[in-house]
Design a protein around this ligand. Sequence first.
Ligand code: ASP
Length: 344
Amino acid sequence: MEDKTAILVIYTGGTIGMIKDATTGALKPFNFDHIYDQMPILKSFQYQIDFASFEPLIDSSNMKPSFWVKLAMLIEQHYEQYDGFVVLHGSDTMAYTASAISFMLENLNKPVVFTGSQLPMGVIRTDGRENFLAAIEIAAAKDDNVAMVPEVSIFFENQLMRGNRTTKFNAERFNAFVSGNYPPLAEVGVHIRYHKQIILRPNFKKLKVHTQLDFNVSILKLFPGISENVVCSTLNIPGLKALILETFGSGNAPTDAWFINNLESAIKKGLIVYNVTQCKSGSVEIGKYETSIDLGRIGVIGGFDITTESALAKLMYLIGEGYPKERIAELLHTSIRGEMTVQA
Ligand code: ASP
C-alpha cells in the first residue's frame, strides 16, 4: 500500500545547498530547483515530498527574526497538509532559529526537523546527504499514527537533538552541534533509536503561532577585566528591555560594587536581567557561591541550564507577547518548551 505520509522540505540556504561561484570561488547558495540533480535518491522515498524554497536564499549569518516569522507562518500555512517538516538551514545560526521556532509554535504536534551540513551537497564526501535523508525519515516517523518526534529538533551527523537545547560548537567536524544539558532524542546508526521517554508528547491541541517578537534584547558576556564603561554602555542601550548576562560557571559574576550597583539600578528601572552560564553544560545556581549572592538579591533571574540561543529567543517571545514583568519573570523560571531543566 502506498504511504500517504507527506513531508514539506523548506530550504532556506546554507552550506547544504551551496556551490562554488565560478569567478570568486566563494560558496554561495544554489537554486533549490536543482536538488533532484544533486540527490536523485530523493525520488525513491515512499512518502510525498514537496519543496518550498525561500527567496532570497541566505547564508544563515544573515538570519533575522523577520525570517523566523516568515518560516513560522509558512509552517502554519501548510500545517494541516503535511505530517512533518524538514528545514534546511545554515548551521551558523541554526540553534537560534530552532530555538525561536520552538517558542513561536505553541501546541506543535508534528515534527519540525532542522538540518544542514558542513560540506555542500555537491561535494563527494558531503555530510549533507546523510543528514537530509535521515531528517526526512525522522520527520515522517510515526508510532501508532502519532509522530515520533512532535517537536522542533536539529539533526546533525548521527544525533537528533531538541532544537532549543543546542549550540553550534564546531565549525569543522560533522557533529557541529552540542546539546550539553539534554540527551539526544534519537541516535542514528543501522537503526534509528528513538528515546521516547525524553521526547515531548503531543497535546493534540490546535497549533498556535506567535509572531510578535520583541527585539529589544541584548547579550553581555562577562570576562575578567570587563570595564564599567562596557557594562554601563550596555545597560543604557536606548529601549533595552532585557539583557542576557552570560556569567561564569554556575552563574557567578564580579562582586565589585560598581558592577552590582549599576545592574541593580537598571533592574529597578525595569530591565529584565537573565543569568545564563557561559559553560556549554551545567546549570546556573544563584547563591551557590558568594559571587552570585548579590545577583539574586538585586533581582537577576536565574536561567538554570538554558542556552544563550534559547534564552534570547525566549525573551523575544515573552516580551513580544506583552506579558507583565512579573509573569515574564515567572515564565523565565519555567520550562515552557522543554528548553531547560528547572531545579527545586
Ligand atoms: N555559513 C553557513 C551558514 O550558516 C554555514 C553552514 O551552512 O553550515 O549558512
